[in-house]
Design a protein around this ligand. Sequence first.
Ligand code: PNS
Length: 169
Amino acid sequence: MNLTAVYPGTFDPITNGHLDIISRGGTLFDRIIVAILRNPEKDPLFPLEERVDILRSVVGKWPSVVVEAFDGLLVEYARERGAQVIVRGLRALSDFEYEFQMTQMNQRLEPGIQTVFMMPSETYSYVSSRLVKEVARLGGDVTGLVPAEVATRLKRRFAAASGRRTESR
Ligand code: PNS
């Protein structure tokens, strides 16, 4: 059976924890579609187009992985793409409640698509996009937690922001 999985998320920005899940997923599925949510309600640090570019450049070396943006219901998008599985990463107990609710709702909406949870290496069990942004914003080092390209973009982004703040004083 040809198995396609959708790995959805905001990826603002992608971390090495996400990459670890994609790489583990590659051992189980024939094709993984990394699906970036187009969510105008969230106020992302990186615009959608930039997140798509970053992800494509980071996972471009894996032939079975594609990157797309999506909007609307995840299960509808997965169905359109012929995916049988949704992959989500689970780091700690604190992720569980949110993931549990989403999975139950998605099962109700589309019982034919299964959600599979994967855990990243313990090296990344505490890494989140939110924390990475906070550390980078405050001038901390995020090397090893995100792809090098992301670390560079974070530095640039926050250097520009701090330059603007200094100018306006
Ligand atoms: O990285 P995130 O922010 O935890 O990802 C959340 C995501 C994109 C998986 C979730 O918000 C989602 O699936 N949104 C699409 C809209 C949808 O289908 N909502 C009902 C699911 S319960």
